[in-house]
Structure formats: C-alpha cells, structure tokens
Design a protein around this ligand. Structure first.
Ligand code: ATP
Ligand code: MG
Length: 584
C-alpha cells in the first residue's frame, strides 16, 4: 500500500475522552472512529488487524473440529423468554419491534439460537458430537460503555458451542477449547493466564476465563505468587489473616449510642474492625436471611448469587426494623427469629466477636458462633483482600487488573432442558443435549495487544496482528536515488508476499517518523540519501531501540530472518501448551 493513496487518518492530539492507551492509540493511529457511545467504525488499518485476529481464532477453532456458521443478530423475544434470559439480561438486551408489532431483540450472545437449531435437527446420539461456531456481531446495551472497543455496545465475538451426548463428551470439548484458546493468545502475541471464573447469567458449572494482565483491565484477578492458583475476584478464595481475640468471653450488652458502622463501633470500643462481625440482613427469594461476615471483610455478592441465585437484595431499613426490632447499624443474630443465618467460613473459628444487639444504640460483646447464636450454615461469602495468602500453598496472593479475553463454560443441560433440545441415547432413552459455550472478544485481542505493547510514541504491533508487517520510509521522496531504491524495495517485498506499506508522501521526515511510530508496524526501513551513498539503508524493528545499517540489497532477507526468529519463539511456546495454565 502506498501511504499517499491510503486512508490512514492519524491524529496529532490525544482525544480528550479516551482514558486507556488502546482507546487513545486506536483513535490516533486511525484504526477506529466513534459513531455513538460504545459503537465504532473500523477504518482500513483497524479492520486489517481485526481480520488477522479473527483469522487466528478461526484457524484454531477449525483445528479442533469447529464448523463455522453465520447466525442472525435479530432474534424473536420468545426464544429468550424460553430460557428466562430475556429478564435475566434485562436492559442489557437491545429490544425492538417490527412493522407488525412483533417484539424482537438483538442477540447479546447465541446459546438460544444454537439450541433452537439443535432441537430441530439433532435426533440421536449418533448426530453428535458437534462443534459449531461463528465470528459475528453481538449487541449489548452495556451499562457503562467505556475504554473504547474493550467494552463496546456492538462487538465481534467468536462464540462456539459444543453439543454432546454425555458429560465425557463435554469434558473433551471443553479441554480442546482450553488448548485452542491458549494457542490463539500465544499466536496473538499476548501475555495471558487462565483463572477460575464465575458463570454469571450463563449458568452451568465449570468455567474459566483467559485474562490479559494490564492496568486498563476492568477485571480484578487473584494470582498466587508461588503456585498456579489464579481466580477472578468474583470467585477467588484465600486464607484470611488471623484475628487476635479480645479475650472477653460470654455475651455482654454495651451502650453504643449512634455508633453504627464498623469503623465507628471499633473506634468507640477501642478494638480492631476484625473483632467485629457484620450482620447483614438480606431478602433472598422473599425471605429474610442474615449474613454474618467478619468486620474487616466484604460480602462478595457473586458468591451469594452462585449459592442462592440472583433473586436477592439487602433489606430496606423498615424491613430490617420489622424483622429484628432494631434500626440498621444495630442488627445481630442473637435472638433473631424466623430468619435464616448464613455465616461466612472466615468466622468459623472466631470467638469473642462484637455485633449489633437487635436493639438501637446497643451492641453485644463476647459472642462465639454456635454457642451464643445459631448458625444455619457456613459458606464462603467473602471477598479476597490484599495481603492474604493462597489456600493451596499459603504463599501471598497478588491482586491484579486484567482484560477478560475469553471465557469457556460447561453449560451442561440448562439450555437444552429449558428449550427442549433432546436426543435418543443408545438405549432409546430421550435425554437433553449436553452443551458447552466458549467466547472470545475479537476487539479485546486487538485492544489487549495494544495495552500490552505500546510506548509514548505509539503502538508496537505483534507481528501476527500488525495491519502491515513492513513500513518503508523514504526520508526524501524528491531525491531520485532514495525514491528509486525505496520503490524497488517496496516491489520486492510485495513480490515475496510481505505486507508492506511505503510512505511515498512528500512530507517532512519528522512527520513521517512520527506517523510510523504511531501506527507501529513491526519492521521499518529508513531510506536516506546519506546512507545510500554507501549502499545502506536502516532497519529498525519497532520494539527495539537499535537501528541496523544494512546493505539495501539485503533488506528483504534481513527482515525475513527476523520474522522467522519471531515465528520460532511462537512455535516454541505453542509446543509447550499443555495442562499448565500460566503463559507469561
Ligand atoms: P464482561 O464480564 O467483560 O462483561 P462477559 O462475561 O459479559 O464479559 P461473555 O458473555 O462471556 O463476556 O462474552 C465472551 C467474550 O466476549 C468475553 O470474554 C469478551 O472477550 C467479549 N466481550 C463481552 N462483552 C464485551 C463488550 N461489551 N465489548 C467487547 N467485548 C466483549
Ligand atoms: Mg458482560
């Protein structure tokens, strides 16, 4: 491509509303343009990169036996009501009506559509296993579309679905995806690791996320400093820090006028927050449930959802007063009637705790679970905190930000049961299809690659995602020799199948260098009159500071050799893809 004819509208200024590097650089390098909140047009450079990411994904899913579909985004409302997700997704779903007033929605994902195809076409265990996928637009009216394409309201997802007759089949499909995903992210030049994940509104049992560590990531992930343990904060576990007991046994009521919060009460009584216990009153499925949690710990609502479903909320002040006889800030489990009591496992060993007395302006001191109040069950309900240790090896945990690149789920029979997708097994018995669902955000591959690979001057593309591989930069096109050699290099690179761009504009060298750094292709060749006197040109890999002086006749072979070296590194990593889940 000749830059003089290309549409690469680079921007000098940093757009003011772009907070994260990938958003800023994608706008500045002319990859995308915004249309409306969370919706972007891809310009030619951006689309080339997207196509490359999609192609890597396509090759790897094909490699594990995937068959590509193209599924519609317009979808009838009833299909989504059939699984209950029309309501579960709520405002996340874009809803519309056609001219006959029929209610439709734009699919936020495609489990329902896939299950609908399966129920009309899969009859027998002999029709399976099947692995179906597509690389297509999804629409989600995200609450806060931000961070550029990392959280768009329209985005491209590779979504695959496995259909099997039994759990073993699902296990195998899940395993194959796990490996394919590792290969995809290695080939995309990303640093990533795998974490245990929550299944959210997808349902199902086992699930893992592929995470790209970077400050711009919206996910918080726990990672052990020593062993392989890694989990999304939504499901992560840890060993809580031990508590020094107060040494005051036996329940005693103390006057705590107007002291409601953990900080207020601990300051007032001269103890530490961890000596207190939070008594949180929730309404779960219309019934009151008191959740007990250590004073310095936070309730993790994701864990509560995994345990009890999504129909829960904190009790209102007047409900709390009705149920306990006290106002918020003074609630407690002692003497509480007609409410279930769920206690976090972090409190199981604890003695002499302080909590509300179910009487305004009073707390109880010296309580021990099960001795002084009833516990219906102990559950893991707390958030992991900074400075805690690993449940497997006892070593410190790190809390880091990461971008969720992909998510793999064992769905089981949730969708096939609710939509009636059944088959006859080998003994003629009717059974629901066992399903898995596996997603990857194509934009997130690109944005994560930029987050992980850039400097103050611009993008540093991984070779496999770069819109072009080579950037030929004639320093002065008006110089005949420079122009001739540059064009000859351009022709020979093209002839050898390399993706090359030549900056044949009559711009100042400063502008040309700035643009080249900004759009960040892996290899740049500077062609200048001075070096050419000795038959030399400069070879500058974008990710290195060094500039090599090479004979212009060797430019092609030098670039090819460097490309080969990068492929070798990639091949070595691919060979190591195995059960081990850390690839940094
Ligand atoms: P998140 O927690 O980030 O909202 P999700 O759990 O909703 O993601 P899934 O429904 O599992 O995501 O979708 C599969 C993949 O699609 C994600 O792993 C992610 O890469 C991508 N993805 C999801 N939502 C968006 C979005 N709004 N913009 C861009 N990519 C997205
Ligand atoms: Mg989401």
């Amino acid at each position: 491509m000749k830059l003089s004819q290309a549409f690469i509208p680079t921007l000098k200024e940093t757009p003011s509303d772009a907070e994260v590097a990938s958003h800023r650089l994608m706008l500045r390098a002319g990859l995308i343009r915004p249309l409306v909140a969370g919706v972007y047009s891809y310009l030619p450079l951006g689309w080339r990169a997207m196509r490359k990411a999609a192609q890597i994904v396509r090759e790897e899913i094909d490699r594990i036996g995937g068959q590509e579909f193209s599924l519609p985004t317009l979808s009838p409302k009833e299909l989504w009501q059939g699984t209950g997700r029309y309501d579960e997704f709520g405002d996340l779903i874009f809803k519309l009506k056609d001219r006959r007033n029929r209610e439709l929605c734009l699919a936020p994902t495609h489990e329902e559509v896939i299950t609908d195809i399966a129920r009309t076409s899969i009859r027998s265990f002999r029709d399976m296993p099947q692995l179906w996928y597509q690389i297509q637009l999804k629409h989600r009216d995200e609450f806060r579309p931000r961070s550029g394409v990392l959280r768009g309201r329209m985005f491209i997802m590779k979504d695959s679905y496995s259909l099997d007759a039994d759990q073993e089949g699902l296990d195998a499909a899940y395993h194959r995806h796990r490996e394919a995903y590792s290969r995809i992210f290695i080939r995309s030049g990303l640093k990533f690791f795998v974490v245990q994940a929550s299944s959210g509104v997808m349902g199902g049992s086992e699930s893992e996320e592929f995470m790209a560590p970077t400050a711009a990531g919206e996910d918080t992930v726990i990672r052990c400093s020593q062993c392989d343990y890694a989990a999304n904060l939504e499901v992560a576990q840890s060993v809580p820090k031990p508590v020094q007991p107060l040494g005051e046994k036996g329940s005693r009521k103390v006057h705590t006028p107007d002291q409601r919060t953990i900080d207020e009460v601990s300051a007032f009584l001269g103890c530490r927050p961890e000596n207190l216990m939070k008594s949180l009153l929730y309404i779960i499925e219309d019934k009151p449930v008191m959740i007990l949690i250590r004073g310095d710990h936070e309730l993790n609502e994701n864990k509560l959802m995994a345990l009890r479903g999504s129909n829960f909320r904190p009790a209102e002040a007047d409900e709390a007063l009705n149920i306990t006889g006290a106002n918020l800030g003074f609630l407690g489990p002692v003497g509480l009637k007609d409410a279930e009591i769920l206690c976090d496992i972090g409190l199981r060993e604890q003695t002499d705790v302080i909590t509300g007395a179910n009487e305004d302006d009073y707390h109880l001191v010296g309580l021990t679970p099960e001795k002084d109040f009833q516990v219906d069950s102990y559950q893991d309900l707390r958030h992991v905190k900074e400075g805690e240790n690993c449940i497997h090896c006892g070593k410190p945990l790190n809390i880091i930000n990461a971008i969720e690149l992909g998510h793999i789920f064992k769905l089981g029979t949730k969708y096939s049961t609710s939509l009636g997708a059944t088959f006859l097994d080998s003994s003629g018995e009717k059974k629901p299809i066992v399903m898995g669902s596996y997603g990857i955000g194509i934009e997130r591959i690109i944005a994560a690659a930029i987050e992980q690979n850039h400097d103050e001057d611009g993008i540093i593309w991984p070779l496999t995602l770069a819109p072009y591989e080579v950037h030929i930069l004639p320093i002065d096109m008006t110089n005949d020799q420079v122009s001739t050699v540059s064009k000859a290099l351009y022709a020979s690179f093209r002839e050898h199948g390399l993706e090359v761009l030549i900056d044949d504009r009559e711009e100042s060298p400063g502008k040309k260098f700035k643009d080249a750094d900004l759009i960040g292709f892996p290899f740049r060749i500077n062609v200048g009159a001075r070096s050419l006197k000795e038959g030399k040109v400069e070879l500058k890999p974008r990710h290195e500071r060094t500039v090599l002086q090479i004979d212009h006749k060797n430019a092609l072979s030098a670039v090819k050799k460097m490309m080969e070296e990068r492929h070798d590194v990639e091949r070595e990593k691919l060979e190591k893809v195995s059960e081990k889940n850390i690839f940094t």
